[in-house]
Design a protein around this ligand. Sequence first.
Ligand code: NAD
Length: 476
Amino acid sequence: MTAYPSLHMIIGGEKVSGGGRRTFDVVNPATGETIGALPLAEAADLDKALEVAAEGFRIWRKSTPQQRAAVLQGAARLMLERQEELARIATMEEGKPLAESRIEVLMNVGLFNFYAGEAQRLYGRELVRPTGQRSVIRHEPVGVVAAFSPWNFPIGNPGRKLGAPIAAGCAVIMKSAEETPASALGVLQCLLDAGLPPQVAQAVFGVPDEVSRHLLASPVVSKLSFTGSTVVGKQLMKLAADNMLRTTMELGGHGPVLVFDDVDVDRVLDTAVPGKFRNAGQVCVSPTRFIVQENVFEKFRDGFVERAKAVQVGDGLAEGTQMGPMANPRRPDAMERLIGGAKDAGATLHTGGERIGNQGFFYAPSVLSEIPLDAEIMNEEPFGPVALINPFKGEDEMIAETNRLPYGLAAYAWTDDVQRQRRLADEIESGMVGINSHMIGGADSPFGGVKWSGHGAEDGPEGVLACMVTKAVHEG
Ligand code: NAD
């Protein structure tokens, strides 16, 4: 039985806590009970983290590709050894079923191993010039990265925030979500135990607005990497502009799913329903707006409702749980508001639409249909266990609905018509498109959005290049 660990920050390899610092109560979302007290950074802690990170960058930018690869591979091995402990802690903090937490650890293992390879493939190029002249294009690490990550992937998000800068030769100050600190600390500890110089990566926690204002105002920081809501992302980009920081912004979405009448509806439901209720819908690439061709609308909707009713909801640590609680009390509150608003606007609620039990933050798997397009839930990311299913006539109308919103993170389309598949890949405004698949990621594939879903990518070679700047050196 894994006990929830005591909490601290990590600055220069030192565990920092106590000392009269303010604390934040970490809560188990399945029980509502407080399980830990997280120390929050004071200004002096952030200054110390900046000073150490500046030193970390001076050290790590000179590391060899092999040193970077050895640290990342070593950390991947340790994460695998510690998989069960890390997964249990993530479930205690965030609520997701243990099986999902275990997969998150494995995703990090794959990502760190991929980045270990990328660290050794950071090539530049030499241009053709007259004899006696030389022009070389080099990629250099950008510097100190301020990386802010959210609570929904307590292991995976910190893995992304740490892995790419370390592969690129940068230093990092990570502020992961205060709701899920122990998972982030566990990931960083694997890197430190694998030989990462302690100056290279720091983990701080605090009042988010205080921390981001302090760090982004410092000349030590060269890049902001943020995952979270579009609203907060826009605020942070404004702060980043003052110091002309580079940014990678991984923001919200509203996952459109186009279902055409030439597909086997059950085949779509087999992946769409588990995809929808994964992590109780608190996933930026969650399938959300189901745009269904009218001939198969009723069959699709009824099949969805039947399967949603069968989802086993419970404590993520319990055997057989398919969906855990929502991660914090803000989420069921948001569900009540958004689903209530949709019903008031004339939508039909087929199942769910209510909290479950009187402890923790459980909310029932929910299905709405025939939702007016101006209802708030059709325009704001619901980030919860609700499927929105509407009928549409044909391809043009379905594509128009897909591109209606300012978001463009992940989109999914189901059709067996090969020509239409190509048209959809061309027409859909989204950073990632799944055709007959809900799998849209992988360690080797860029993960990121367009429009209000942000810019830049994590994962893939693009994730490492996003932590680098180019320099052109021309010799006469
Ligand atoms: P939020 O927008 O306040 O916070 C989102 C994340 O950003 C949290 O981890 C938070 O700690 C962090 N944050 C907030 N203000 C910050 C600041 N000034 N500086 C640095 N970090 C800051 O709201 P929330 O209630 O945690 O989540 C609500 C919404 O956020 C969701 O509805 C969803 O749209 C979005 N969200 C997106 C992702 C994602 O993967 N893209 C993850 C979590 C939440």
